[in-house]
Each structure stands twice: as C-alpha cells, then as structure tokens.
Design a binder for this molecule. Sequence first.
Ligand SMILES: [Zn+2]
Length: 170
Amino acid sequence: MRRWFFNIAAAKSMLLMLATVVLWVRSGSYNEGITHREGHCAEWFSHQDGSCEFGLLTWHNLDRGCDWVDHNWEYESNTGLNYEFLRSRAEANHRVLGVEYIRTDHNFFTAEVYRVQYWLIALLAAVLPVLWIWTDARRRRRIARGQCGNCGYDMRGSEGACPECGTGAA
Ligand SMILES: [Zn+2]
C-alpha cells in the first residue's frame, strides 16, 4: 500500500518536473504570465529568464481596497512590473537559495513579488523520481541475486512469501 502511494507520488512529481523544465526553457524566450486586475489592484503569475513569480500590486490613497470579485485571469506578455525597477527600490529584499521576496513601497503603490528559480522547483520535483528509480533498481538487483526484493532477505531455499517481511504473500 505504501509502495503504491510512493509510485503515484513519484509519477506526479515526474510530471511536475517535466512541466517545470518546459516552462523553464520557455521562460528564456518569453516574459509572460496571467494577470488578474481589478480596480486598482493586480496580482499575477509570470515567468522570465529562468524564474517564475507571484506578484501583488496595491495602489495607495484609495477609499477601497482590493475587492477580488471577478477573478478574470488573462494571459499577457510583459506581465507584472519591471523586475529591476522593483529591486532597485525594494524596501525589503530577501534572497535564500533560489527564492526571493521583494517588497517595494513606492509613493503610489506597494508591490510584493515572490520569485522562485525554476531550477529549484525542478530539483525538488526530481527527488521522488530519482528515489523511485534507485529503489526500483535495488529491488531488481535483490531479486536477481535470489533475495527478497523488499528487505534483502536470502530467499534461496524459501518458497512463497518472504519470512522476514511478508512480501509476496497472497
Ligand atoms: Zn522481505
């Protein structure tokens, strides 16, 4: 049962990794994303130059805040705000490994951007598939040597289920 769960998780992780690599490559040529604008507020998911980001922009001096009623996300190229502009004015700029948080308080607006390098997402998504390949290779090696594929118990001379861990029991 645990093995089954592991297989599904590894397969999904593999898909995530492949999708990340496709987007990663694409982000080298395109600055694009989806944006949700409403009143004076905007939020977006976008990517460019090997990283993706979530951004939130709110304008000051307004009677009302963000309503977020319609949820119309639209595809755009040149999504979000100019990254270098934001960074040069950042009030807060935290960067750890491939993750960056930028907060900019401009006279007229506040912008927050969470940015993640695609290589970091691809690396994390690769962990389960690599583990899966490794454990599967180990299982095959054990069976080829006449051992239980699950625990390595010497199965030569044993019939049916592994006496050590029960693997193979009907
Ligand atoms: Zn066993």
